[in-house]
Design a protein around this ligand. Structure first.
Ligand code: GPP
Ligand code: MG
Length: 281
């Protein structure tokens, strides 16, 4: 069956961004630390001693530390996804270069299908799985997460690691509730705008412009989850926990220029870094 993966001009422009943004040192140099390539941010305090010591190895110490915080973020997401076993099938919605999917398979032994609208990312992630010898258990597909082509009720768990700002949440959770079995778990880590401070702030608008995304207000998540039979069991505000990552990134050789917007948005309270875990009923 042939389906159209990229359905709108917006989706085509997002795919073009991720297909052509291939030499991004902020993601490749971190990934090279241990061959886990992430497209999300970090949580937890950084070790300040990385800023001390010999100047010629300082950059590499900072890069390794940023990578450790990003992997800690993925580990935290997986803490909320389990328990899972080797017989379980899971979905990574917007799988990037595959880091979180590889970690899920390593931790649980589960089978993972990741979908991305970037053909470049799908190719990169499948190469990573093959190099690790798990290509039969961790598979990446050039597909749209709004239309995954996966069988109904086939998934014990689904996650989105900083990808929901690219889609309509109602469309997304309709698809996730279709592929999740009853009692299955959905985990989302996202940045969302604060309804309480009003409409989108300047710093949130800068982040949207930088990534060609559309950050949703916090309220939109809970409305769309409830509308689609996904019932939150945990909501964790990770805003304070992600600020050190952005502070260290500002001092790193791989800063991209978006760091100040994230720090301002989090510190002024117009933006939150949130984990939501929900059960499908
Ligand atoms: C990119 O991660 C993540 C997004 C584009 C989603 C936006 C996230 C929000 C919380 C608003 P990346 O690792 O590709 O970004 P960078 O290249 O800046 O490290
Ligand atoms: Mg990154």
């Amino acid at each position: 069956m042939t389906t159209t993966v990229l359905r709108t001009d917006f989706e085509r422009s997002v795919a073009a961004y991720w297909n052509t943004n291939q030499q991004d040192p902020v993601n490749l140099r971190l990934g090279e630390v241990d061959d886990l390539y992430h497209h999300h941010y970090g949580v937890g305090p950084y070790d300040p001693t990385v800023l001390e010591g010999p100047a010629d190895t300082r950059d590499q110490r900072i890069i390794a530390e940023l990578h450790r915080l990003e992997s800690a973020q993925a580990d935290l997401l997986l803490d909320h996804l389990g328990p899972l076993g080797g017989d379980d099938l899971v979905l990574d919605g917007g799988s990037g270069r595959g880091g979180t999917s590889i970690m899920a398979n390593q931790r649980f032994g589960c089978e993972v299908d990741g979908v991305s609208i970037s053909e470049y990312q799908v190719g990169f992630a499948n190469d990573q799985a093959a190099r690790r010898g798990v290509g039969d258990r961790v598979r990446f597909h050039f597909r749209n997460m709004l239309d995954t082509q996966l069988p109904p009720g086939s998934r014990q768990a689904v996650w989105t690691n900083e990808t929901t700002m690219y889609v309509d949440l109602g469309d997304l959770y309709r698809e996730f509730t279709r592929v999740l079995r009853f009692g299955g778990r959905y985990v989302c880590i996202t940045g969302c705008a604060n309804d309480v401070t009003g409409l989108r702030s300047k710093s949130v608008s800068k982040i949207n412009e930088h990534y060609t995304c559309d950050i949703h207000p916090r309220s939109a998540y809970f409305t769309a989850l409830a509308d689609n039979g996904l019932v939150p069991i945990n909501v964790v505000d990770l805003t304070a926990a992600t600020i050190p990552y952005w502070q260290l990134r500002t001092m790193s050789p791989v800063a991209t220029g978006i760091e100040e917007a994230f720090l301002t948005a989090y510190q002024e309270g117009s933006f939150h870094y949130l984990l939501i875990a929900a059960d499908r009923i």
